[in-house]
Design a binder for this molecule. Sequence first.
Ligand code: NAD
Length: 291
Amino acid sequence: MEILDGKKISNQIKEEITVEVAQMKERGEKVPHLAAVLVGNDGASLTYVGSKVRSCKKIGFESTLIHLPEETTEEDLLKQVNQLNNDPAIDGYIIQLPLPKHIDEEKVLMAVDPNKDVDGFHPTNFGKMALDMETFISATPFGIMELLKRYKVDTEGKHTVVIGRSHIVGRPISILMSQKGNPGNSTVTLAHSRTKNLKELTLQADIVISALGVPKFLKADMVKQGVTIIDVGITRVPDDTKEKGYYITGDVDYEEVSKKASHITPVPGGVGPMTIAMLLKNTLLARERHS
Ligand code: NAD
């Protein structure tokens, strides 16, 4: 069994980007600049955004955190988006989700300039991804593809079962895995909350990509020997014995499933760190495309 070490690979990717940024600086070029917009004080969002901004600093990017109060109106947020669209200093930016309930998420995401949409959430970018065109691929599916590539996991002709059909993980990864290429060329089944015979499907899977957000959902009796497991789930489980008051777990019963798997991503340390690395990669691509 081989652990797909997202922490290790994400560090490699960040080192590669650091070298490129240093070269840009030497040539007197502008370095990539990522902005992040956070509305409100959601604990997980604060952690994610903080770690994205810290990563930027470490690899030599410029970064700007725009932290707006919970009561920010949709109109004011749209003004902020417009400002970022028109600011030549900003190569790419992200709107950290979820947004407060009184703001129409779709409306805000639609307002982002697709050329600066390093999260790849804008329909223009999602559409281009689905049509194999050059674009920004959402960081999490992009990270999964990169992890499979760097570990040379064979996906061609394999049966991949994706659990979860969200716009940011399940849906795009199901498209990417079915596309021509390596990784890719997989036969994909996309399962979701209305799927009736999930265990029957996962038992046939050569690769399971789980993105539903239910701790220990995928059990050993649901997979076959030699399966590759990509666990996207990140759930904070309350635990008073931990300093933070919670621990992080994935969708997969790692202890038991890892005994049957040929490859598996741990949580934490699997897909999570890859997501941040690929956001940085997209920001570098944005800089290159803008110059
Ligand atoms: P989501 O929460 O928007 O949707 C969950 C999906 O799971 C839905 O499509 C639903 O149909 C499906 N689902 C729910 N119950 C099911 C069941 N019993 N059987 C089959 N399918 C079922 O999804 P999301 O935003 O993609 O998040 C999923 C998980 O991935 C969460 O834990 C989230 O925190 C995590 N996540 C991790 C990263 C990362 O960087 N590692 C990035 C994004 C999301």
